[in-house]
Design a protein around this ligand. Structure first.
Ligand code: 5GP
Ligand code: ZN
Length: 111
């Protein structure tokens, strides 16, 4: 996907504040954080959204979810919230699957 902002970050064409990278996954700080710590975990493979995932993405999705507590802990978070916006009606703005992880500071509001 040539016009996908996250694919450009993955290819190194756009700078991001990276916090994790391996052959399948990248994680970087959100450019507009909504909490003191706010990062995104993103598969390197261009998958549009959670709604486009199939059983073939099961292992990758599990890996991404398990990275959330690992990276949150490494960044000093005692608790965190995960969020996956799916589709325009679900608030998704970047159509490359990503998991938001955020926290820090006061306890997050319920909604
Ligand atoms: P969505 O609403 O699609 O779930 O979230 C997309 C997120 O990507 C937003 O929180 C937005 O701040 C973040 N974002 C958009 N463009 C960039 C960028 O170029 N760099 C980084 N680091 N984050 C971005
Ligand atoms: Zn992409």
């Amino acid at each position: 996907m040539t016009d996908c902002i996250f694919c450009k970050i993955i290819k190194g064409e756009i700078n991001a504040s990276l916090i994790y990278e391996d052959e399948e996954v990248i994680a970087f700080n959100d450019i507009r954080p909504i909490a003191p710590v706010h990062f995104l975990i993103v598969p390197k493979q261009h998958v549009v959204s959670l709604a486009e995932c199939s059983p073939s993405e099961q292992r990758l999705l599990g890996k991404i979810l398990l990275l959330a507590p690992q990276l949150a802990s490494e960044l000093g978070l005692k608790g965190f919230r995960t969020m996956i916006n799916t589709g325009r009606e679900g608030g998704q703005e970047v159509f490359h699957l990503h998991v938001h992880v955020f926290g820090g500071g006061e306890a997050l509001p319920k909604t």
